[in-house]
Design a protein around this ligand. Structure first.
Ligand SMILES: *Cc1c(COP(=O)(O)O)cnc(C)c1O
Length: 423
């Protein structure tokens, strides 16, 4: 059963200060999980989780992860800027981007972030941009074809835009070695939102065997292998969470089987998890404001797809708890909808829930990663606030809601907000 870490009364109290909709992040949950990740890989002295900033780009939340040794993984200039402003040292910043603009590479190099190249041609692009090649470089690998795990989950790297082929990798390492690179890395992200404990150990096996081949063929001994993101979370009540301790042990076994005998026993393991670090610990809290009875039963809430677009975009399931009615029978079938002029603006379709009354608060689960971050402003909708529920259950606002002034701020030469407020 999926539960929420707060009560209806706590949310009602918070809503007096911060109008709905808002995000709530559960600090206790974030900390417990970050500690478990740290322990699961503690067998590897060089281990570091580089939190994928794009999942939840909030410095207050990232600062909590910093206490557990996490760095950041950035996909863009602004994410690099955020990491730099947080005084994160360059060695603790990964830059895993693709189709990268020259100025992003320049900024990453300036702050000393580790650059993870997505393509063979980026070697010369980087060198032309910077006038040199940094001493540490990583490559992103794409094995092509299909990639399957023992539980049947599969993805199609052959159809994905990311990474270098194996042949390009081998040539790339040789070139970088000639150019004086001293620390080499290997990265791959092959399957997203995997359930079960199988993905990282399977991927590690693939990358560790490749590391041995790289050593044999090019003489390059990798310093780090980056398993990237992709560890999933249980969105549905019947899904099972990954046991990160079992995952870490699984990686250790293949490390000892493949890398250690090949003399590669100093390789640091890196991860770039986003979803697993934050997903389950963020909730979108919204209020029921309309009920509509036509050919189906609709509940209209004050949040919409701009606050959380995964259901609209992927048809993703997000569990919903009607606060204060946790123990009531789920004997009503509803579509839970937002106000966008888009019929896919539905948080849930044909969902069995307890009877919802106007003014009820709904908590939409597992919105802590790729939730707020994917927000947009369609229909002139504004982004909502983010709140941190601390371990003592007090609430702190860690990002204010957007205002119309923010929304109108980029029309240089036509100050809409000033005009309206003068009248
Ligand atoms: C999105 C992304 C991640 C994080 O993925 P999760 O599924 O959230 O763990 C990590 N690395 C790269 C390069 C990504 O693009």
């Amino acid at each position: 059963m999926k539960t929420v870490p707060f009560t209806k009364e706590e949310i009602e109290e918070a809503a007096k200060t911060y109008p709905t909709p808002f995000y709530v992040y559960d600090e206790a949950g974030i900390r417990k999980n970050a500690q478990a990740v740290k322990e699961a890989f503690s067998w590897n002295p060089g281990f570091r989780e580089y939190f994928a900033v794009k999942a939840t780009p909030n410095p207050f939340l990232i600062n909590i992860l910093r206490e557990y040794g996490c760095g950041t993984d950035c996909s863009s200039m602004t994410e690099l800027m955020l990491s730099n402003a947080m005084d994160i040292p360059g060695e603790e910043i990964m830059f895993s981007s693709n189709d990268t603009p020259a100025e992003d590479f320049a900024y990453a190099a300036k702050i000393g972030a580790t650059i993870n190249l997505d393509d063979f041609t980026h070697i010369s692009f980087l060198e032309e941009t910077l006038g040199y090649i940094p001493k540490t470089i990583s490559f992103r690998y794409n094995p092509g074809g299909f990639y399957s795990l023992s539980n049947g989950i599969m993805d199609n790297p052959g159809d994905s835009k990311y990474g270098l082929t194996k042949e390009q990798l081998m040539r790339g390492y040789k070139i970088l070695k000639k150019k004086g690179v001293e620390r080499f890395g290997l990265h791959a992200f092959l399957v997203s939102n995997t359930t079960g404990n199988d993905y990282y150990p399977t991927l590690a096996g693939t990358l560790f065997e490749l590391a041995v081949e790289i050593k044999q063929e090019t003489g390059v001994e990798l310093s780090f292998i980056n398993l990237s993101g992709g560890v999933g979370i249980p969105y549905k009540p019947e899904d099972h969470p990954a046991d990160i301790k079992v995952v870490g042990e699984g990686v250790r076994k293949v490390y000892e089987k493949i890398l250690v005998p090949a003399g590669l026993d100093n390789v640091a393991i890196y991860t770039e998890m986003g979803r697993f670090m934050m997903g389950p610990y963020g909730y979108l809290v919204t209020k029921a404001i309309h009920e509509k009875h036509i050919y189906k039963e609709y509940i209209g809430v004050d949040a919409c797809a701009v606050n959380l677009m995964r259901p609209a975009m992927y048809g993703a399931y997000h569990h919903i708890t009607v606060l204060g009615k946790e123990k009531k029978r789920k004997d009503h079938e509803y579509d839970i909808v937002g106000s966008l002029c888009e019929n896919n603006d539905k948080f849930a379709v044909d969902r069995m829930l307890p009877k919802i009354d106007m003014g009820d608060y709904l908590a939409i689960h597992d919105a802590g990663a790729h939730g707020f971050a994917m927000g947009y402003n369609y229909n002139g909708k504004l982004k909502c606030a983010e709140l941190l529920m601390k371990e003592d259950h007090s609430f702190e606002m860690i990002r204010r809601a957007e205002t119309p002034k923010d929304y109108f701020a980029t029309f240089d030469g036509f100050d809409i907000y000033k005009k309206l407020t003068k009248e």
